[in-house]
Design a protein around this ligand. Structure first.
Ligand SMILES: O=C1CC[C@H](C(=O)O)N1
Length: 640
């Protein structure tokens, strides 16, 4: 008699007995013994056991260790009664010198060799499928009675001794509106791989042929399903294969060892609530972050969205004020109307995307004071340097691109910023003139090959932006095209390169990257009909002063990288939490002292305040003390 009845409700011991006596006609144990933990199995020589245990701890996403046996012990008392690892899996794989030389339904013939071998029981995603279904999320491999799809990736695990391999993942197609539910259901279950390590396009994991899984079965997604990937215990199989030991065994993918241990109760662990946010449509990519971190970043976003009074140029100046302005020397109070340009969660999405980037290009420089030398204003460079400082601390590659004309100025500013500890290391400077020999694609990609972009993310902060007529205008509608290199072309080209994302930070609508809000600029900003920048960015961060946007990006990256949920997602549950770097990241945050010193450096080089062209300690016609110093303190206050 071959049992194929309702396996879900059978208790583990009953299922193990059916397996032991070859009475189970199925290819995998997904959906069986509901509510009980299942385990990946790795059996290797006792001389390798200590290092393999270290390898599991160093990669506890794919290899959550449930139990390590004594040499020659076929039982695992802490996980199950009356079990025998030689017979209680549906199928085993034999590895000899790293090669899989066959599959077996019993290891009894190797009982002699097994006397010197240690068994590792490792957590498995089949254990969380019930919890996922309880939240109303369909599990397609159970619906289709197939094994789960598993893929090799190009993500290297943390190596230990002779154990060195890439991460293997399981993939389950999940309806887009259930992504947050599936993360909520799985993230507490660390012993069953926890939260997904990737949500979105398989290519981003280095998976070449998504329709052909390396292990398990292809699973048919429903329309609207999003590929969701978890770390997988079959990674252990890759590890024992690569270490080329004379003899090793593993369960066959999907043919798990079923324990008597009930799954953990998810609710008990919910100390943080995870959120899922889409950061790219093509390629499709979602990020994960805690609700607490999202709230703090939204606090930063509302802080920088304040349209500061205390300067001129606003369409809403009261007629009496306008009259007063005619006779007064200093700028009068008024608002620029930047509030009308604001769009929700742009800071959050931009920073989630930047957090995933390894190589970032920042461009700044707005030569608004065309009759001064240098013509640059001091809104932009401080924000750019604040972002660069944090990106450097996070170990990312960052460059600053500016006008060829201004390279020397920026070189000196950066050198002095390093001397004063505002930057830990010089930021490489580049120019782009877009002349015939140098196309945007050649600049952005190795050999102009869109498959090999040099940068994952481009950020423009208070960078002169091209208007619809191809000119560049300052707030007073003066055409400054003769002072501006066509760096916009890099942003226009980036939209055609999959995997390269762009962010624009501005405070008046005439900056590079403000194209998405150009209608609002035309409607609400003085001279908007002429000065509005026409070039879009994927994310548009609007701030009362652009430097504030740069400070907020630096603070947001700090919040994201000190969020345990986001940190684990960034490192794909490989290696250890990077929280030990928190001190380094904190020292890279902007501060009033750093910003005051940087403003001094700028004014010593003749870089003037926007609007007033003053060389006083002010930016955009607002005095450093206390408008900007207060803003910096408020932004830092959100972090603590
Ligand atoms: O062999 C398998 C199938 C899926 C399971 C896992 O570790 O998630 N291992």
């Amino acid at each position: 008699m071959v049992f194929t009845g309702g396996l879900r409700s059978l208790l583990p011991l009953a299922v193990r007995n059916l397996i032991r006596f070859n009475k189970l006609n199925t290819s995998n144990t997904s959906g069986m013994a509901e509510g009980y933990k299942q385990a990946n199995v790795v059996i290797l020589h006792k001389s390798l056991a200590d290092n393999f245990e270290k390898f599991c701890h160093a990669n506890n996403g794919p290899l959550p260790l449930l139990y390590r046996s004594k040499p020659g012990d076929w039982k695992c008392p802490s996980l199950s009664s009356n079990s025998d690892i030689r017979t209680d899996c549906l199928q085993y794989r034999v590895y000899e010198y790293g090669l899989c030389t066959g599959t077996l339904t019993s290891l009894k013939e190797y009982s002699d060799q097994l006397k010197d071998m240690v068994t590792f029981y490792l957590g498995c995603s089949f254990s969380f499928e019930k919890a996922v279904q309880k939240l109303g999320v369909p599990v397609r491999n159970i619906e289709q009675k197939s094994n789960v799809s598993m893929y090799k990736t190009d993500v290297p695990c943390l190596s230990v001794a002779t154990f060195c391999c890439n991460l293997v993942v399981t993939m389950r197609p999940i309806p887009e509106d259930k992504l947050e539910a599936v993360v909520l259901a799985t993230y507490p279950l660390k012993e069953s791989h926890g939260a997904p390590v990737h949500i979105g396009d398989a290519g981003l994991l280095g998976i070449q042929d998504f329709s052909n899984p390396d292990y398990g079965d292809p699973v048919q997604p429903h329309p609207g399903d999003v590929p969701v990937f978890w770390a997988c215990g079959v990674t252990g199989m890759e590890a024992i294969s690569n270490c080329k030991s004379p003899l090793a065994f593993a369960h066959s993918p999907g043919c798990m060892f079923i324990t008597d241990q009930k799954n953990e109760d998810a609710e008990a662990y919910l100390k943080e609530i995870p959120e899922v946010h889409c950061i790219s449509q093509s390629p499709l990519y979602y990020s994960i972050v805690s609700a607490a971190a999202v709230k703090r970043i939204r606090d930063l976003e509302s802080l920088i969205g304040i349209d500061p009074a205390g300067r001129n140029q606003g369409p809403v100046i009261h007629p009496l004020l306008r009259l007063a302005r005619k006779f007064s020397k200093s700028p009068v109070r008024g608002h620029r109307g930047v509030k009308h340009l604001f769009c929700q969660d742009q800071l959050l999405k931009a920073c989630l995307s930047i957090s995933h980037a390894q190589s970032v290009l920042i461009t700044t420089g707005f030569p608004t004071h065309f009759n001064h030398e240098p013509p640059e204003e001091n809104d932009g460079p401080p924000g750019a340097i604040a972002i660069a400082a944090m990106l450097q601390a996070l170990g990312k590659y960052v460059v600053i691109v500016t006008d060829l004309r201004a390279m020397n100025l920026f070189k000196q500013i950066i050198e002095e910023a390093v001397q004063q500890g505002i930057l830990k290391a010089p930021v490489p400077l580049m120019s782009y003139q877009g002349d015939a020999s140098e196309s945007a694609l050649m600049f952005l990609c190795d050999d102009g090959n869109v498959k090999k972009p040099r940068f994952d993310h481009l950020i423009a902060i208070e960078r002169a932006g091209m208007a619809a007529d191809g000119n560049y205008y300052n707030a007073r509608k003066i055409n400054i095209k003769h002072l501006v290199d066509p760096i916009d072309e890099l942003f226009i080209a980036a939209r055609t390169i999959p995997g390269v994302t762009t962010t624009g930070i501005g405070d008046g609508g005439n900056e590079l990257g403000m194209g998405k809000v150009k209608e609002a600029v035309k409607k609400h900003i003085k001279n908007g009909d002429v000065i509005a920048c026409d070039v879009e960015a994927d994310f548009t961060i609007v701030a009362g002063v652009s430097n504030w946007g740069g400070y907020a990006v630096a603070c947001s990256l700090y919040i994201l990288n000190t969020c345990e949920i986001h940190d684990r997602y960034l490192r794909k549950a490989i290696g250890f939490p990077r929280l030990s770097k928190k001190v380094v990241w904190a020292s890279a945050l902007p501060s009033v002292t750093k910003e005051e010193n940087l403003l001094q450096i700028l004014r010593h080089h003749g870089v003037r305040s926007g609007i007033t062209a003053s060389l006083e300690m002010e930016v955009d016609g607002l005095s450093f003390y206390s408008t900007h110093s207060d803003m910096i303190e408020k932004l830092l206050g959100v972090l603590h």
